[in-house]
Design a protein around this ligand. Structure first.
Ligand SMILES: [Zn+2]
Length: 599
């Protein structure tokens, strides 16, 4: 068998890369991201895929590809979860089998999965999200940073069926409800998670805190070695710059010696990121097939992250009051740019708890590269007035009150850590309760209570609230997006006389929904008398951006391709395939959706 490459996403579209490589000895996927464009053709913020049917519905709509042997079996065929015959008889199975079972694909057999691994080039949703549907027997290959990021993204989100790229939801059984006094419909069918016999106690890796869980979390297998072999396929992960940490290209050497380079998303103009020279050096040898991204093949603009910092610093410098700034929370390069710009202007950057959480996770895993956000000068975490809007300690939990994403549940009534955290906050937690015997703090304890519990409640003690910002607005730069617009009620005094400036340091809207949100943001800013720079496009105000893209420009892509000098080029993640065809005549192989290319 000759090796084959099949493209199931990223073909004439930006993102959604899904590339299947099959060889005589081993098969792998290169990314398995969400095709955002296809998904949003049908779904929107308030109409999302039905979680119990997501795989089957998205296969039918063509958003997910029909590939045999890779998807988790109970997502393909929900009837495997039926507890017994009685359940089958309760649902209209004969009339509508297709509601619960699809014949579009064969499910994965964990003994013989159709692919031996999935590479994830970086943790953007258009490259990672649909890993959620792959059988957990298929390991994920990525950099350690991508793994840490995937974990952090999971920790701070409400997880649904399509957020299972890191953590896997516990399998459910579909059974009849028992006749209990609390049950309105005994005998009727429902999904129920299998409860564990004992409440598992699990150690938090960064704090060594042990917490009681209802159900033990399950995770995918991640392999983060930078080089290795998957059956007959050798691989090497090559770090690259992008608008998220941990991005890499994947270099594969096939059993017959052919070399394939998949770029993932790349740029060469970020701060302290890999140069084209370094990149070409790590590839070290001829490339037979180059699968390259081409997002910006039509753009000559080359500005650097340093330029962005200069502009933002100047913007802050000419602002007389509070500065609000919008940027992507996973873009730690941009965070650093804005942090430096705030410091240059003697201001404190106030970030949201999600970003703070990610910074601490990165610090924990890479302490020499990322400082502890708790000790960074001029950096604070914002405490929204949320929950019951009382600024009550009870309005916060998990990562919103500190650097832990889990505080356990004291169902077993033996969780000493909950008691300690409560004590620390000064509310609740009865240290004299005989059911919760607290150990004395001593050398025998594996950790220092004071320090570690301060981690759990850090924002409550050190966070910044809107009224504090309103008292001295000139001292702050606040991370701010459309989703925070309600904060303006608390941030801007009633007379609206305070001078406030908004800066957009994020990507331009690239979908209809984003354009609508931008128009709404304009309304908010105008109402609250907030200054911003803009241009008019199609009679709509569009914010002037302090931003550089995560993608290489045309001149950079051309230099890259010429220096690698591959025998064949397959451009993906682009809307301008023809530009590649014109420039690299005879070398370009244009991918077609789901049509194998022999190599
Ligand atoms: Zn990306």
């Amino acid at each position: 068998m000759t090796a084959k490459l099949t493209f199931y996403g990223g073909v004439n579209e930006i993102g959604g890369n899904k590339i299947l490589l099959q060889t005589e000895d081993g098969s792998v996927l290169l990314d398995f991201g969400r095709r955002m464009g296809e998904y949003s053709k049908f779904f929107s913020e308030f109409l999302v895929a039905r979680s119990k049917n997501a795989l089957r519905d998205m296969l039918r709509l063509g958003i997910l590809p029909k590939i045999d042997g890779i998807y988790t079996s109970h997502l393909v065929d929900m009837t495997v979860l039926f507890e017994n015959e009685a359940v089958s008889e309760k649902v209209p199975l004969k009339e509508a089998l297709d509601y619960w079972k699809t014949t579009d694909v064969c499910p994965c057999n964990p003994e013989h999965p159709a692919v031996d691994g999935v590479f994830v080039s970086h943790a953007h949703f258009d490259h990672i999200q649909d890993v959620s549907f792959l059988d957990p027997c298929i390991p994920v290959y990525c950099t350690e940073k991508t793994k840490v990021l995937a974990k952090a993204m999971t920790d701070v989100s409400v997880s649904g069926v399509d957020d299972q790229y890191y953590k896997i939801a516990k399998k459910v059984t579909i059974k009849q409800k028992a006749p209990l006094f609390k049950t309105l419909c005994p005998g009727e069918c429902a999904c129920s998670e299998e409860k564990e016999e004992e409440h598992p106690v699990i150690e938090d890796p960064k704090t060594k805190f042990k917490f009681t869980y209802d159900i033990a979390p399950q995770y995918r297998t991640f392999i983060t070695a930078s080089e290795g072999q998957i059956r007959g396929i050798k691989y090497k992960l090559i770090p690259v710059g992008h608008s998220v940490p941990g991005a890499c290209s994947v270099l594969l050497t096939l059993p017959d010696g052919k070399r394939i380079l998949y770029t993932g998303d790349v740029r060469f103009h970020g701060a302290g990121e890999v140069s084209i020279d370094e990149y070409v050096r790590s590839i070290d040898g001829p490339v037979d097939v180059l699968i390259t991204e081409g997002t910006r093949i039509s753009s000559d603009e080359v500005i650097t992250e340093q330029d962005v910092e200069r502009y933002i610093s100047a913007d802050i410098g000419r602002s007389e009051g509070l500065v609000l700034i919008n940027f992507g929370w996973k873009d730690l390069t941009r965070f650093n740019t804005i942090y430096q710009a705030a410091k240059e202007n003697d201001r404190t950057l106030v970030i949201n708890p999600k970003l703070a959480y990610l910074l601490y996770e990165m610090h924990h895993s890479f302490p020499t590269q990322y400082p502890d956000p708790r000790t960074m000068p001029n950096l604070k975490v914002y405490l929204k007035r949320e929950g019951d809007l009382l600024y009550s300690k009870a309005d916060y939990d998990k990562y919103k009150m500190g650097y832990l994403h889990y505080h356990g549940r004291n169902i077993a009534q033996t969780d000493r850590n909950i008691v300690r955290i409560a004590e620390r906050i000064g509310v609740g937690g009865d240290p004299n309760n005989p059911k919760n015997p607290l150990p004395p703090t001593s050398d025998r304890e594996p950790y220092n209570y004071q320090d570690l519990y301060s981690l759990a409640t850090h924002h409550l003690d050190n966070g910044v609230r809107a009224f504090q910002i309103r008292q001295s607005p000139k001292e702050y730069v606040l991370m701010f997006s459309y989703w925070d617009a309600n904060e303006l009620f608390d941030l801007i005094p009633l007379d609206r006389k305070q001078k406030t400036r908004y800066i957009s340091a994020s990507t331009e809207p690239f979908s209809e929904e984003m354009e609508i949100d931008e128009a709404k943001m304009v309304n908010w800013l105008d109402f609250f008398n907030i200054d911003y720079d803009y241009e008019i496009k199609n009679e709509q105000k569009i914010f002037a951006r302090r931003h550089i893209s995560g993608h290489a420009s045309r001149p950079e892509l051309i230099e890259l391709i010429e220096r690698i000098n591959p025998a064949k080029i397959i451009p993906i993640h682009t809307n301008s395939l023809n530009q590649f065809e014109d420039m690299f005549r005879g070398k370009v192989v244009s991918p077609k959706y789901a049509q194998p290319i022999e190599i």
